[in-house]
Design a protein around this ligand. Structure first.
Ligand code: 6R9
Length: 656
């Protein structure tokens, strides 16, 4: 059982306190006692959460040494870290390869016949790989890469949908010391072109085609259109997934299945330096050229291993499903590397969550007995819109823990998730982190008391803070969310752009990491993320966060999702425009404008009440489910919407 403590009114009503939710969810003693973190604390004679956080802050190297010791090093590192802000090095002089720990170790151990991945295609087709199978596939493909001349330090560009060849390709690169650069398959081929050229890859990997909502996307054909603008590419490896009859260019294009046939199922795992690069992942950034975030073998491995073990509490028998795309950092850390480091079984799903109907995810949870499930608030809000009748059709009793990532989760969506998916018994881990951080940074643990809408507290050893413009630490009001310490899976630089690394992240407050998010910390030390700094509204001199207003709107029983942006106003500075998606079956949308305005007035106050409300069918979102307020804002201001190549649903722009 999961206990609920309610203090006072459901919510305070004044502007500054909307997100000080008063509902508190306490984990049951079963959840606490069986958790990995609790057992670890017992071993180290730590009595409670506060003591854990304090002890870790006082002695971060002790904490990380303990966990790094659970992984295998070819050569033991000499020093835990060197922190010369803004430059960090971890596990210095160690020899290590993340793939040895993710794969080789398991393929040689008793868990070799355990399933590493259960893959399900959108059409319902299933493919399973044990740890040994995966090891062999990775080795064969690594041998292909070597044969094509890929060497340690070279960058391989990968443009694949959610099929097993994607983790196989990534692991094969890492195994031989090459650096992978995965480009999300939903992006336009132009994004692939730019990233190939940035990294000067000789080898690229793609697929003949794949389906989304039944619709065929002919990726290879799109790639053909950009290949004459990628001069460094010598070979393009093509996975046959849909069996399309495509044009293969003699001498350049190679079928994956043909290339691997003659390859050995053994391949040497390169002994890397802890600080050698593992991958580049481009993060869109709101303006300008995408930033190539660089992660390394050693520290990255230790960071994601530890967070997955402690936050999502994964144990031997768990069936883990991180329902993100691998083209996003969430997939890199928590579909590919993290779960393999822990040796658990993961689900990999190719398709759309509501295809062919809104029961798809719940049906898969029932079929595979998923125990821990991780998704984005946008997905939860979408399912709220379809109604609880869909999850109710399936038996979700196997679930024991839930998670969210990507955006602030509105308290109402949190409650819905907890109740209708988690059956009221599964703690919800609202994990705040970024491509740059590599791992969870502000997050609950299964032993934490939870407040819906709060990402709770910094992970052990992480020193996060909220600063005002002058750099003073504040409690209560909104401010810059920063990190004052280093952590092992911190990005090391921006690819080929070391100046931008310093400028974008470490200059606003010298030697302090600026996340670019606005957050508030309450007097119990809980963090409430309020969105990106660029999105904060300024109405008549009041700074109002988009998350606050959106959460107030979503707390109306007929609302599924909302996005608010500011529109320039002569007197007020900005006025609030709200775009609202209603739940299915909410009836007439007449008068809704006034109903919403009144509702926000009542929940927060007149200052936050939108000047304009529009009911829409869809909102423009990135592929990782983040609402693209920049695009909405441009529409509202009547300006060109700019680059929409990273949008998942460009047609949504029209609905606005
Ligand atoms: C992992 C990931 C990072 C941005 C981040 C923030 C938002 C992520 C969140 C969250 C509130 C959470 N974000 N998790 N906001 N609560 N639990 O999403 O990486 O794609 O780099 O985005 O996402 O705004 O700054 P990335």
């Amino acid at each position: 059982m999961y206990l609920i403590r309610v203090e006072g009114d459901k919510m305070s009503k004044d502007l500054d306190t909307l997100l000080r939710e008063k509902r508190i969810f306490k984990p049951s003693s079963d959840v606490v006692k069986s958790s990995n973190i609790h057992k670890w604390m017992e071993k180290h004679e730590i009595n409670d959460y506060d003591e854990l956080l304090q002890k870790a802050l006082d002695n971060p190297d002790w904490f990380w040494d303990e966990l790094a010791g659970e992984l295998e090093w070819f050569k033991q590192y000499k020093k835990t870290k060197k922190w010369n802000p803004p430059y960090a090095e971890w596990f210095l002089d160690g020899k290590f390869n993340i793939v040895y720990n993710a794969l080789d170790k398991h393929a040689k151990g008793p868990e070799k016949d355990k399933l590493a991945y259960i893959w399900e295609g959108e059409s319902g087709e299933v493919r399973e790989l044990t740890y040994l199978d995966l090891y062999r596939e990775v080795n064969r493909f690594a041998n292909v890469l070597k044969k094509l001349g890929v060497r340690k330090g070279d960058t391989v560009s990968i443009y694949l949908p959610m099929i097993l060849e994607l983790p196989i390709a990534m692991l094969a690169c890492a195994k031989i010391g090459a650096v992978h650069s995965v480009v999300f398959s939903g992006f336009w081929a132009k994004a692939f072109q730019e990233r190939i050229n940035d990294a000067k890859s000789k080898v690229a990997i793609t697929v003949d085609g794949f389906r989304r909502r039944g619709k065929l996307i002919e990726l290879k054909e799109n790639v053909d259109n950009i290949l004459d603008k990628t001069p460094t590419i010598e070979k393009l490896i093509v996975v046959r997934h849909e069996g399309l009859n495509i044009n293969m260019q003699e001498g350049k294009d190679i079928w994956w299945h043909e290339a691997i046939t003659e390859m050995e199922t053994e391949c040497k795992t390169e002994e890397m330096d802890s600080e050698d690069p593992l991958f580049i992942l481009y993060t869109s950034g709101t303006t300008g050229k995408p930033k190539g975030v660089v992660h390394v073998h050693g520290g990255y491995a230790v960071g994601i291993y530890t967070t997955l073990k402690f936050v999502f509490d994964l144990k031997e028998d768990d069936v883990w499903w991180c329902a993100a795309d691998i083209g996003w950092v969430t997939g890199h850390s928590y579909i590919v590397y993290g779960p393999l480091l822990l040796g658990v079984t993961s689900i990999l799903y190719e398709g759309t969550p509501d295809y062919p109907d809104p029961g798809r995810l719940w049906k898969m949870i029932e079929n595979y007995g998923v125990t821990v499930f991780y998704t984005a608030p946008t997905t939860i809000r979408m399912f709220m819109k379809f109604g609880e009748k869909w999850p109710q059709k399936y038996n979700l009793d196997s679930l024991r823990l839930l998670g969210t990532v990507g955006e602030p989760i509105n308290p109402e969506a949190w409650i819905w998730y907890h109740q209708h998916i988690g059956g009221g018994r599964c703690p919800v881990m609202d994990t705040w982190w970024q491509t740059e951080t590599g791992m969870h940074i502000i997050t609950p643990l299964p032993i934490s008391e939870l407040k819906p809408g709060s990402a709770v507290k910094p992970f052990p050893t992480v020193e996060a803070d909220v600063l005002d413009d002058a750099g003073k630490s504040i409690t209560g009001g909104g401010g810059h969310l920063v990190i004052k310490s280093t952590w092992p899976s911190m990005f090391r630089t921006l690819y080929k752009d070391p100046e931008r690394y310093v400028e974008s992240y470490w200059s606003r407050f010298p030697n302090i990491y600026l996340s670019g998010d606005v957050a508030r910390r309450d007097d119990e030390g809980y963090f409430w993320i309020q969105g990106r700094e660029d999105d904060v509204l300024n109405v008549a001199g009041h700074r109002i966060s988009t998350a606050e207003v959106e959460s107030a709107i979503v707390s109306h029983k007929s609302v599924a999702e909302a996005a608010v942006v500011g529109k320039p106003h002569d007197i007020k500075g900005e006025e609030i425009c709200a775009f609202v998606i209603l739940k299915e079956g909410s009836g007439s949308t007449e008068d809704f404008e006034d109903i919403i305005k009144y509702h926000v007035r009542k929940e927060i106050g007149p200052i936050a009440s939108p000047a304009h409300v529009k009911i829409v069918k869809d909102l423009p979102k990135t592929r990782s489910g983040k609402i693209m307020r920049r695009v909405i804002k441009a529409k509202v201001k009547g300006e060109p919407v700019g680059d929409t190549s990273t949008l998942a649903n460009p047609e949504a722009v029209e609905y606005l």
